[in-house]
Ligand binder design. Sequence first.
Ligand SMILES: [Zn+2]
Length: 107
Amino acid sequence: MAFEDGTLPREVIIFGQRFSVRAEDPGLWAADGMGRASARAGSILISSRCGKDAALSTLLHECIHAALDITGQHKDGNEPLVGTLEAFMFSFIRDNGILVKRIAEME
Ligand SMILES: [Zn+2]
């Protein structure tokens, strides 16, 4: 498995639901994106062919898909929205560390 260096967390929690996170060779799904999320299975797969930065961005992307799925907002054609939210979240978290840290420390 790629990313044994801890690049990817082993799990994420989305709206209280735990998702396992695994890197795997995408095989047949390689032609259609770099990740997969299944709210039903509680799993997120990231292509082991990703570089580290792409793996983190892809994980955010798949978390957004999972959040939309959990809230009943998933639908075909929302890929541009997911891509926009991915880019927003990635840059927001990177550029606003103080706010992100304060939110993470809230009880
Ligand atoms: Zn997507």
